[in-house]
Design a protein around this ligand. Sequence first.
Ligand code: G4P
Length: 503
Amino acid sequence: MENFQEQLKSRRTFAIISHPDAGKTTLTEQLLLHGGVIREAGTVKGRGSHKLASSDWMAIEQQRGISVTSSVLQFNYDGKRINILDTPGHEDFSEDTYRTLMAVDSVVMVVDAAKGIEPQTKKLFEIVAQRGIPIFTFFNKIDRDARPALDLVDELETILGIQAYPMNWPMGSGQILQGIYDLKHNQVVPFKNATAHPEIVEESMDEIELLRDAGNEFDQEAIAQGKLTPVFFGSALVNFGVTEFLREYLTYAPAPADMTTVDDQIIVPESTQFSGFVFKIQANMDPRHRDRIAFVRIVSGAFNRGMDVTLQRSGKKLKLSNVTQFMAEERENVQTAVPGDIIGVYDTGNFQIGDTIYSGKKNVQFPDLPTFTPELFNRVVAKDVMKQKSYHKGIEQLVQEGTIQLYKSWQGGEYIIGAVGQLQFEVFQFRMENEYNVEIQFEPIGSKVARWVSPDQLDEKMASNRNLLVKDRYDQPVFLFENKFAMNWFHDKYPDVILEEKM
Ligand code: G4P
């Protein structure tokens, strides 16, 4: 039992968020190098494809005949077991990216120090900030010319609205990078082979004085609540400042947290009752293998292979025998796991996104995962009108699984599907064809700004071409505005109508 307690205290489960090209993959690779998972930089990803660790994952995929292309990296460092959950960006961006952020205990935000806060970082940050979990900032690429450090830190406060506490401070950047100043240990970490520029060092020391006088206080409680972000500078590419970052991160990042159920029970990780929730379901893209994997974040208790659990929503009893973990030392079937870990349960169609599973008798139900506001929309029809039955069944199941969001036009009930990333449409189309044998046709209606309105405030006359009225899967009215201007125009015309955004 003590072993269990120790194990769960050693877990650090996080995701890295960033705008594409800020260096998430490169930093991940450095962290894996630190953990001894890989031995050489450059072995992890097929660069250019921008898929995190795709070569490693593809190998596992082939080996197991399953698709785990975006999942979980696990390694040990300094007595801690680290789980990094991948949050795909680029063309792989989808609601899964957002949902994955519901399954982590902290987040590392990588920002390109030459660019500052970029749109995708801001979007992901906002989702994370709503959860109030710790956020650690890594300003990357200081081996190249960077923007002034004071400006970068200022952007955290002005653009993201989070207070910042620099843990270290850059002394120059690019050609004249001298090193970083570690504010906690009051020492310089010199950049190897730097040509001496004493004036740069002096300038940085002045800035550090300023920070000490006018900057935020170090406040561990504020960090834990996600109100203050510890800030680091470094270069993932040349592995400068990464070790220092990892060390401090592991000191201040939290072990697996408690979770509150819908009936306000607090489930503590140390509990003897096993519980967890499904935050992602990955279908197999290989038509020869129809299985899916439900990704379960363990919240409490120990997982043991073969254990019996209850699927809360249906009350169905399941035996968890066919379970996989990712990049663990043993690539076999996982035997045991603890809170903070992610297990992949082979699923034949029992699970939905947000499902709770638990062992024992006491009912546990975690809150539903939030719905995210989709930004892309397509009208959809079955190519073959004779296949209406499979078409409806397929849509219903895939919507429940969280693959896409379904809307219907207010009049006429045409199907409109919404997503946060283009990939979701492709997955939907592929699965409709392969699993339900229905070819579908999209009619793109492009990107829209979706806002929910209360039914009592709705007048159908408010709808027009520029503000399309639809209903969501719970029959709630939603306006799809052509753009923000159209939304503002609507707001000016109907100032009393409250427009609500999902997460
Ligand atoms: P991402 O996952 O966030 O999209 O970014 P990724 O790590 O793929 O990095 C994007 C580009 O930035 C890569 O260059 C990478 O080598 C470079 N990069 C990452 N970290 C640093 C850093 O600390 N310093 C510098 N100078 N560059 C960095 P690329 O040209 O796209 O690829 P390649 O030249 O490495 O093949």
